[in-house]
Write a protein of this length. Structure first.
Length: 259
């Protein structure tokens, strides 16, 4: 598929998807959503890709969210959205490969919702994150109202949601919302470092771990422990599990096959 509003590259087990509309701070309109969904579909289906990094073009914004100017120019036109939702990710619940958000600037509204839908967030020092929708008469309809109270203490989340005020990358790190804050020039190298460290682990183990974490969230502990997780069953039958045990016993680096 040829992409007009994103770039999509794959190298060394890592896929990099870049929202490429810097002239509108990487705000997304329906064609961009469709392209992002297609790229993430490809990542999910490619056995040679183990980790994805999502970022934005330029140094000002990860994504400013929904392209309101596009909406204003197309009044009454329904917002076309792929089944996987805003940015092709907010409603995607069957992707157990890790996804890293490299937040290189503003992550507001839908942009913040995309970042929250990722598993790890690396943010530039100058980045800010928030859900400003109420300030323009909207609401965070791409998972923000549901995800933020799950990621932060309720009062902190509601304070952000009800005022529409963003927080700094450093404050997000202090709250546990961001994994690492780095200088702007180092965002992609830091995200790539995290991706490379994930790739040092068995991808079968990583996917099973993510599935259990997501599908057990909110369950009583006993129920979470007793629940059956398909990727755990795959793990215990996998070549990678045997390889990991042998490599440990032989004091060598494992050679993962991802199966």
């Amino acid at each position: 598929m040829a992409y007009e509003f994103i770039t999509y590259e794959k190298k060394d087990r890592i896929a990099v998807l870049t929202m490429n509309r810097p002239e509108v701070r990487n705000a997304l309109h329906p064609p961009a959503h469709i392209e992002m969904a297609a790229a993430l579909d490809d990542f999910a289906a490619d056995p040679d890709c183990w980790v994805a990094i999502l970022t934005g073009a330029g140094d000002k914004a990860f994504s400013a969210g929904n392209d309101l100017k596009y909406s204003a120019k197309n009044p009454g036109k329904p917002l076309e959205m792929p089944p996987s939702g805003f940015g092709g990710i907010h409603a995607r619940f069957d992707l157990f490969k890790p996804v890293i958000a490299a937040v290189n600037g503003l992550a507001l509204g839908g942009g913040f919702e995309i970042a929250m839908a990722c598993d790890i967030i690396i943010a530039a020092e100058h980045a800010s994150l928030g859900l400003p929708e109420p300030r323009v008469g909207l609401a965070a309809l791409a998972g923000g109202m549901q995800r933020l109270p799950r990621l932060l203490p309720e009062k902190v989340a509601l304070g952000m949601m009800l005022t529409g005020k963003p927080i700094s990358a450093q404050r997000a790190y202090e709250l546990g919302l961001v994994n690492e804050v780095v200088p702007a020039a180092e965002v992609m190298s830091a995200a790539s470092r995290w991706a490379a460290e994930i790739c040092e682990c068995s991808p079968v183990s990583v996917r099973a771990s993510k599935q259990v974490a997501l599908q057990s969230a909110g369950l009583p502990l006993k129920e979470a422990l007793e629940k059956k997780y398909p990727l755990v069953n795959e793990l215990v039958r996998s070549e990678d599990m045997r390889e990991g045990i042998m490599a440990f016993a032989e004091k060598r680096k494992p050679s993962w096959k991802g199966k």
